[in-house]
Ligand binder design. Structure first.
Ligand SMILES: [Zn+2]
Length: 88
């Protein structure tokens, strides 16, 4: 008697509103993270779609692209980042 082969897809498919959308796997992952209240880059818990670290990185990148080099050290984001570093 031949040995039974394992199933081709052992991982169960995630069934939600993003399953049948014509978008990539990566975009589905990102949308699921945002829906769950997490950062869509690293998956850490956050109130917005980006965590503090990635929001800071995105702002720095936007500053560089737009040619704005002035750094405001006392913005809300900078203060939050400073506070989170001190506590952790
Ligand atoms: Zn993140």
């Amino acid at each position: 008697m031949p040995k039974k082969s394992p199933p081709k897809h052992p991982t169960k498919k995630i069934m939600d509103e993003f399953t049948d959308r014509p978008i990539s796997r990566q975009r589905k992952w990102q949308l699921r993270k945002v829906k769950a209240g997490r950062c869509h880059i690293c998956g850490k818990p956050s109130s917005t779609s980006l965590c503090l670290i990635h929001m800071h990185a995105r702002r720095a990148y936007a500053r560089k692209i737009n040619g704005n080099t002035k750094f405001y050290a006392n913005t809300k984001l900078e203060r939050l980042l400073k506070g989170s570093k001190e506590t952790s």
